[in-house]
Design a protein around this ligand. Structure first.
Ligand code: UDP
Length: 403
């Protein structure tokens, strides 16, 4: 029972119903990390426009500190907070807590559908908890595949497992759809909608101001070519990260018209080595993790983005910015195939040097069409749900898992 659990904080006394007619469908939206908030915020906003839906927002708080500014910027209110975060947890510990805590919410709220996003342990455990209660699952950003079950770990396997459980697969690209069809997911359940991160980015750029502090940094570096760096993924930890940071430091030292802007992820595996290699160097700016409006402003102001992030691979094309992907493989080949991004592998030093000397590629990406959509993905997702739920009230248990 919900009341017996001290791990859940119910944030509102009454879960909001959509205005107008009585809702026909209760949708629970689950997130736990920064990119999930960014990518689900447009879907929640769209769901709330439709009287057919009652939306319940649940945070696992898999990330805590990083999450708060993102909730704020999208004006998101959490209905239930599962509070699973403690330091140095294993994916199993996160999954176990999400399963137990979410189960109590599912028992109480009895949603008709749960929406999960992407590839986190929160997304997988949320889908599995819903499956065990015969609740239908919609997977936002379905069908990404790196082809290696252990890289990225555990994300690649998380998303494959969610695909086995979901009733609705909302893909960003036709390539994602192809991946799902190759795994025998029924075509009628797969929808190509674009990536909701494009919607989120458009919203932020049109509606939110970046901070005075970030504008000051942009002003101070106006005469320089800005490299914007993010790196935080497990695969990058250790020797790979040390090597990459050293190469970037040497490049900035050598090229006096270049600066490096790096919002440093709080993970100690990133902080330690960053301090050691990059602190107190000319034209290297080590920043705290940024709110979305500030990060978007820096992406816009960048000469080149260097990143191992998934979301940034979709955002760089939205802004026409060249991107070096700090990874060996990517589940977002569209960014590479379109010509906007280059996969770094072992070649960071060479790629920096070559593209500095000849800016043909850097200049060419401005005009390339964004392969991740046009900013209407959330609308499409909600239209599909609207169509499905418009005529049937699915509250009865025996309809829950049928597709
Ligand atoms: N981001 C941000 N501030 C930062 C770094 C990243 O707002 O300091 C945003 C970024 O624009 C993207 C999301 O966070 O939308 C990506 O999150 P992350 O790289 O942590 O996760 P991934 O996308 O790799 O799963």
């Amino acid at each position: 029972m919900l009341n017996s659990s001290d791990t859940i904080s119910k944030q509102t006394s009454e879960v909001r119903a959509s205005p107008g007619n009585a809702p026909r469908c209760k949708i629970l939206v689950l997130f736990g990390t920064r990119p999930e908030v960014v990518k689900l915020a447009p879907v929640i906003a769209e769901l709330r426009k439709h009287p057919a839906f009652q939306t319940i927002v649940v945070s696992s708080s898999q990330h805590t500190d990083l999450l708060a500014p993102f909730l704020k910027i999208f004006s998101l209110k959490v209905d239930f907070d599962l509070r699973v975060m403690t330091a140095n947890q294993t994916p199993n510990q996160v999954a176990a807590k999400v399963l137990a805590a979410l189960d109590a919410v599912l028992e109480r709220e009895k949603p008709d559908l749960i929406l999960v996003q992407g590839d986190t342990t929160t997304a997988f455990a949320g889908a599995f908890a819903a499956f065990n209660r015969k609740i239908r699952i919609g997977h936002v950003e379905a069908g990404l595949r790196s082809g290696n079950a252990l890289s990225p770990f555990p994300e690649e396997s998380n998303r494959r497992l969610v695909s086995q459980l979901a009733a609705f697969h909302f893909c960003a690209t036709s390539g994602n759809k192809k991946n799902l069809l190759a795994e025998n997911i029924a075509e009628k359940d797969v929808f190509v909608c674009g990536n909701t991160v494009v919607d989120a980015l458009h919203f932020i750029l049109a509606n939110r101001q970046s901070s005075a502090a970030i504008e000051k940094t942009i002003g101070e570096t106006d005469h320089l070519k800005r490299i914007l760096l993010t790196t935080h993924r497990r695969e990058s930890f250790g020797a790979a990260m040390t090597g990459n940071l050293q190469i970037l430091r040497e490049f900035v030292e050598k090229q006096q018209d270049v600066c490096l802007l790096f919002p440093v992820h709080p993970n100690p595996n990133v902080r330690g080595v960053t301090e050691e290699i990059l602190a107190n160097r000319a034209r290297i700016y080590l920043l705290e993790p940024l709110g979305y409006a500030d990060f978007a402003a820096l992406m816009k102001a960048a000469w080149l983005i260097v990143s191992d992030s998934g979301g940034v691979q979709e955002e760089a094309p939205s802004l026409g910015k060249p991107l070096l992907v700090l990874r060996e493989n990517t589940e977002r080949p569209e960014a590479i195939e379109s010509g906007i991004a280059k996969l770094v592998g072992e070649n960071l030093e060479r790629l920096l040097r070559e593209n500095y000397a000849d800016e043909t590629w850097i200049n060419s990406v401005k005009t390339i069409k964004n392969p991740f959509g046009d900013g209407t993905a959330a609308k499409r997702i909600v239209e599909i749900l609207e169509k499905t739920f418009a005529t049937n009230n699915t509250n009865s248990t025996n309809k829950r898992m049928s597709k």
